[in-house]
Design a protein around this ligand. Structure first.
Ligand SMILES: Nc1ncnc2c1ncn2[C@@H]1O[C@H](COP(=O)(O)OP(=O)(O)O)[C@@H](O)[C@H]1O
Ligand SMILES: Nc1nc2c(ncn2[C@H]2C[C@H](O)[C@@H](COP(=O)(O)O)O2)c(=O)[nH]1
Length: 291
């Protein structure tokens, strides 16, 4: 990968969806809140599209495992407290709780750590993980699309779920052809129905060498990721590059190959460098102004 600081690889604007509500912060997320009536969904869609102001943007921060997304997102929360920052729902993957009380018997214990199951036995759990990850991401994306009259920054998206992770799991044989087709069909249909509500105005790609990600992952030392090696990080890196840099990944509505992408060099150590952090945040702010 050539050394670089940052670049906006596309600048074609896409439509955005802001919301009309003025609540200062979103309600806490519970999967039980997913039980929307059709009428509620229609109302939200109507108010979304009627208030389509272009000033408040929805973007995601994308990048390989341990490239520094959570670290950047925390910096964003600190330096831009008026932005709505949505971290990845990791704890929902590490502790699966059902919508109905009592649907997960207490004695299941470790069986509720879906991230651990998926990394321990990919063939058995990859498809299940993809459905749960999509569900939890959609939940926070839809919840967040209501209140904020401010920029919203998601840590990853339903799009990396498909074009990076699911595609890679299928390629490596962890999802068979039938699971891959079924996943793509319902995921594609659902997102296209949700349309503007899940569309992004732009994406920030934290681009880091897989070797750097591996080193950081080892330092972070998340128990479930002990078996993750360079080969998997390499495969994910290539998927990110094809999708966000080369733009050769075939994407489906409401994802677009025209969605602007800001590429940031995440090889540099911004964690302990406040000057660099401020510079990165300024670049993201400029990007939001441009798209
Ligand atoms: N730019 C950086 N330089 C060096 N270490 C970093 C950097 N960004 C994050 N880290 C460290 O690397 C590990 C993974 O970072 P994290 O933000 O959790 O990655 P991600 O959310 O992308 O998986 C953490 O231990 C973090 O402290
Ligand atoms: N199979 C999938 N795994 C995913 C997805 N989104 C995240 N992940 C995994 C990767 C990491 O092990 C862990 C957290 O990711 P970070 O990069 O934030 O550390 O979850 C997905 O959609 N599918």
């Amino acid at each position: 990968m050539p050394a670089e600081s940052s670049s906006v690889s596309q600048s074609t604007p896409t439509s955005s969806s802001s919301s009309s509500s003025s609540s200062p912060s979103p309600p806490p997320h519970r999967l039980a809140d997913l039980r929307w009536s059709t009428a509620e969904v229609r109302m939200a869609e109507t108010s979304d599209s009627s208030v389509r102001q272009r000033c408040f943007k929805k973007i995601s921060v994308e990048g390989n495992i341990a490239c520094g997304k959570s670290t950047l997102v925390k910096v964003l929360q600190k330096l831009r407290p008026n932005w709505h920052v949505v971290p990845e729902p990791l704890e929902k993957w590490q502790n699966v709780v059902g919508r109905e009380s009592g649907s997960m018997p207490a004695e299941m214990g470790a069986a509720s750590n879906l991230l651990g199951l998926r990394l321990g036995d990919p063939k058995r759990w990859a498809y299940t993980f993809q459905t749960w990850a999509t569900l939890s991401r959609l939940h926070i994306a839809l919840a967040a699309s209501h209140p904020p009259e401010r920029h919203t920054v998601y840590e990853r998206s339903v799009y990396s779920n498909r074009y990076v992770f699911a595609a890679s799991l299928h390629e490596q044989g962890s999802m068979n052809d039938t699971e891959w087709v079924v996943y793509q069909e319902w995921q594609g249909w659902l997102l296209s129905e949700l349309d503007k509500r899940v569309e992004l105005d732009g994406m920030v790609y934290l681009r880091a060498e897989p070797e750097a990600c591996l080193a950081r992952m080892r330092v972070r030392n998340r128990e479930e990721e002990r078996g993750v090696g360079l080969e998997y990080l390499d495969a994910l890196h290539k998927r990110h590059e094809n999708w966000l840099v080369d733009r050769t990944t075939v994407v489906h509505h409401p994802c677009s190959s025209d969605t602007p992408v800001l590429v940031l060099d995440a090889n540099q150590d911004f964690e302990s460098n406040e000057e660099l952090q401020a510079e990165l945040i300024n670049q993201i702010e400029d990007f939001l102004d441009k798209i």
